[in-house]
Design a protein around this ligand. Structure first.
Ligand SMILES: Nc1ncnc2c1ncn2[C@@H]1O[C@H](COP(=O)(O)OP(=O)(O)OP(=O)(O)O)[C@@H](O)[C@H]1O
Length: 282
C-alpha cells in the first residue's frame, strides 16, 4: 500500500489549476463513417469517468484515442498540457473485458514481467536483486487485489473474477496515471461484479488515479463514477448512417465528496429517469 500512496503523491505534482486531460474538438472518422464528432472535455486528475452509451457509438474508440493506440482525425488530446504520446506508454494502463495475460506464466510472473520488460528490453528478464525486488513488488500488488493466495497458479486455473483481478494488478504495477477500463466486468456474474466494484473503488481512492471506464451497465456507471459521460448521436440521417458521429450528450458529476462505495447517485429523479429510458431504448 505504501507504494500506491507514494505513487499517488508523485502523481499530484502537476499544476492542479490546469485540467489534467483536455479533449479539444476531437473527431474520429473511419473512411466516410464519422464515429465521434466535436468532443470537448476537461478532466481533472483523479476523476473517475464512466462512459455509457448505445452499442457502436464510439466509447471504445474514445478509449483507444486516450490510450494513444489511434490518433484523432481532427482535434487534439492533451495530457498535462502536452499532446498525448502517439503510442501507448506507461502513463496509461488498460484492462479489457477479456483479459490478456500470458497463459504460460504464473500469476506472479505475469505481474512481475511488467516491471522486468522495460528495464531489460532485450533479455526480457531481470536477474539477482532487481528480479527479487520486482517479484516482491508484484507479490504486494497481488495481495492488494486479493490474489495473494494464488501467486503460483496459472491464468487458466483462475476464475473470471480472479483473472480480472490479475489484469488490474498487471495494469497498476506499472504505476499509470490513467487507468482505462473497457467493460472490465462485463463477463462476470453479478455477485463477483459487486466485489470487483468494491476493489476498484478502494484502489481508486488510495491512488486517486484518473479512471475512464466503459460499461454497458448504467447502474454500474452511476455507482462507480465520480462523473458519467453519456455518448449519443444527436443527429441521424437514415439515408447515410455514417454521416454523423456521437458526442457527449450528458456530462454529469456524481457523488461529490464521496468516500464510501455505494453512495447514492445524487441525480435528480427528473434527470435520471429520462436518461435511463433513453439509454435503454438506444
Ligand atoms: N479501426 C476501425 N475501422 C473502421 N471502423 C471502426 C474501427 N474501429 C471502430 N470502428 C467503428 O466505429 C464504431 C464505434 O465502435 P466502438 O467499438 O468504439 O463502439 P462502442 O461504443 O465501444 O461499442 P460497444 O458498446 O458495442 O463496444 C463502430 O461502428 C465500429 O464498427
Amino acid at each position: 500500500m505504501a507504494n500506491l500512496e507514494h505513487h499517488a503523491r508523485e502523481n499530484r505534482t502537476a499544476d492542479s489549476s490546469k485540467p489534467f486531460i483536455q479533449v479539444k474538438n476531437v473527431w474520429q472518422e473511419y473512411g466516410d463513417q464519422v464515429v465521434l464528432e466535436r468532443l470537448n472535455l476537461n478532466i481533472a486528475e483523479g476523476e473517475f469517468c464512466t462512459l455509457v452509451g448505445a452499442s457502436g457509438c464510439g466509447k471504445s474508440t474514445f478509449l483507444r484515442l486516450l490510450l494513444g493506440q489511434e490518433t484523432p482525425s481532427r482535434g487534439e488530446l492533451l495530457l498535462d498540457g502536452k499532446p498525448l504520446a502517439s503510442e501507448p506508454d506507461a502513463s496509461r494502463g488498460v484492462v479489457f473485458q477479456r483479459y490478456s495475460v500470458f497463459p504460460h506464466l504464473t500469476v506472479l510472473d505475469n505481474v512481475a514481467l511488467g516491471l522486468e520488460l522495460p528495464r531489460t528490453p532485450l533479455l526480457g528478464r531481470l536477474f539477482g536483486r532487481h528480479k527479487r525486488e520486482a517479484r516482491e513488488q508484484a507479490a504486494q500488488m497481488l495481495h492488494k487485489v486479493g490474489l495473494g493466495h494464488a501467486l503460483d497458479k496459472y491464468p487458466a486455473q483462475l476464475s473470471g473474477g480472479m483473472q480480472q483481478r490479475l489484469a488490474i494488478a498487471q495494469a497498476l504495477i506499472m504505476k499509470p496515471r490513467v487507468l482505462l477500463l473497457d467493460e472490465p466486468f462485463g463477463a462476470l456474474d453479478p455477485g463477483i461484479r459487486k466485489d470487483m466494484h468494491a476493489l476498484l473503488l478502494e484502489l481508486w481512492q488510495e491512488t486517486r488515479l484518473t479512471v475512464f471506464m466503459v460499461t454497458h451497465d448504467l447502474s454500474e456507471g452511476f455507482t462507480l463514477g465520480s462523473r458519467i459521460l453519456v455518448f449519443d448521436k444527436p443527429r441521424i440521417d437514415p439515408h447515410a448512417p455514417g454521416a454523423y458521429g456521437a458526442r457527449v450528450t450528458y456530462d454529469i458529476p456524481l457523488h461529490e465528496g464521496r468516500h464510501a462505495p455505494g453512495a447514492s447517485t445524487g441525480l435528480p429523479a427528473a434527470l435520471s429517469e429520462p436518461l435511463r429510458t433513453a439509454y435503454q431504448g438506444a
